[in-house]
Design a protein around this ligand. Structure first.
Ligand code: NZQ
Ligand code: ZN
Length: 367
């Protein structure tokens, strides 16, 4: 097992009816900025409930954070935080709103042009650059990105998607009430299952380093996602299935399962370019990339692919190569059964557009 640090200060508040805990979780007397997306939280009544539980605190709103949140929008929100002396931010939404909030709080505390922060994309914004931020919490409405319990965010800037993080961008708390996700359209639930699955494979399908527990944790998440994935799409108000998806999704990217083991985030880097170039949803972009990536990298990933075939897909017959073939096929079939297409052509991307993607990867230093 490799050496590692594991630090995660986010307080998880899980379960039905936990939104009421906002009153205990948000500092009394705080001026609170509620950040949200394109309107689902208002339409389904969640924002009204948030206002109720925030009681007599001064509450401001900033809506319109788009999926794949854009720098320009977030810079405007940062200006509100500064000018209105906001002292707590509450992100209400999915990965995009929570990621966006991480950037908002960094930008609000950074004295210069906030686009400077992209100098620290792929690394961490140093504490010397932004030594403190306005604290924030999250109310999660979409289980997928894992942003509710990590310090990373992915921000769209100048036609690219850039990861940004800092030691200060962990949510203070995240409320995970599976019932708040019942209003999701099936396509977003499917995207969430795929994203959580592939966050796990990015930390599992590499090479063995003797991380026996980490492997079992990853396999537990993958098996659970296979168990509940189709069910939670077909039965959106089945609490048990949805609760398991929510917790899998959070644990897949809170740092635990990959501590002490190597990661391979190539599916994400390629997927980000697909999203930036063609607007393909994050989860969909990953479902396109993972099966062929496993095929191309099969010799490097051989031992873990065989372990995956046996322990996750229960494949016991055939030669080693046949087992790997079948495991990759079963992975693709799983995504397809969730309703997520896995071929570029099904999203209208043509072969002659591939070289452009390679150029984008090069320009982002991701080859
Ligand atoms: O904007 P609104 O109107 O709220 O609608 C959203 C949005 O259109 C809707 N939605 C969310 N909760 C809902 C709901 N609709 C009905 N009922 C609800 N309860 O869903 C749509 C998609 O939301 P978004 O937040 O964009 O999705 P997701 O959570 O999948 O986040 C995707 C973003 O996360 C980044 C991705 O790159 C992408 O930008 N990622 C962040 C990571 C991280 N912070 O660690 C890692 C991930 O790999 C990922 O890259
Ligand atoms: Zn992801």
């Amino acid at each position: 097992m490799l050496n590692f640090d594991f630090y995660n200060p986010t307080h998880i508040v899980f379960g039905q009816g936990r939104l009421a805990d906002l009153d205990k979780l948000v500092p009394p007397g705080a001026t609170v900025l509620v950040a949200f997306g394109g309107g689902s939280a208002r339409k389904n009544g969640l924002l009204d409930q948030v206002h109720t539980f925030l009681g007599n605190r001064k509450v401001l709103e900033f809506g319109g954070i788009e999926p794949n949140p854009r720098f320009e929008t977030l810079a405007m929100a940062a200006e509100v935080v500064r000018s209105q002396q906001v002292d707590f931010i509450l992100a209400v939404g999915g990965g995009s709103v929570i990621d966006g909030t991480k950037f908002i709080t960094l930008a609000a505390s950074y004295p210069g042009d906030p686009s400077d922060l992209f100098r620290y994309a792929y690394v961490s914004v140093p504490l010397e650059v932004v030594p403190r931020v306005v604290p924030f919490g999250a109310v999660l409405t979409l289980p997928a990105a894992g942003s509710e319990m990590n310090n990373g965010g992915v921000i769209t800037f100048q036609g690219g998607k850039f990861p940004i993080k800092s030691d200060l961008t962990y949510p203070v708390f995240s409320i995970l009430d599976p019932q708040l996700t019942y209003t999701l359209p099936p396509v977003q639930v499917a995207n969430g299952v795929v994203d959580s699955f592939i966050h796990t494979t990015e930390q599992y399908l590499t090479y063995p380093v003797g991380g026996l527990l980490q492997d079992r944790l990853c396999e537990g998440i993958l098996l659970t996602l296979i168990e509940v994935g189709e069910q939670t799409i077909a039965e959106p108000e089945n609490y048990e299935a949805r609760a398991n998806l929510v917790w899998c999704s959070t644990l897949a990217l809170n740092g635990l399962i990959g501590a002490g083991t190597p990661g391979d985030w190539a599916t994400h880097w390629l997927g980000h370019e697909l999203t930036a170039a063609f607007g393909i949803d994050h989860g969909q972009s990953l479902a396109i990339i993972l099966p062929p990536l496993l095929e191309v990298r099969r010799s490097y990933k051989r031992e873990k692919l065989l372990q995956y075939a046996g322990r996750v897909w229960n494949i016991t017959r055939g030669s080693d190569d046949e087992k790997i073939d079948l495991a990759i096929q079963k992975t693709r079939d799983f995504f397809e059964r969730l309703g997520v297409k896995t071929r570029l052509s099904e999203y209208g991307v043509r072969p002659d557009q591939i070289p452009m993607l390679v150029e984008m990867l090069k320009s982002h230093g991701r080859t």
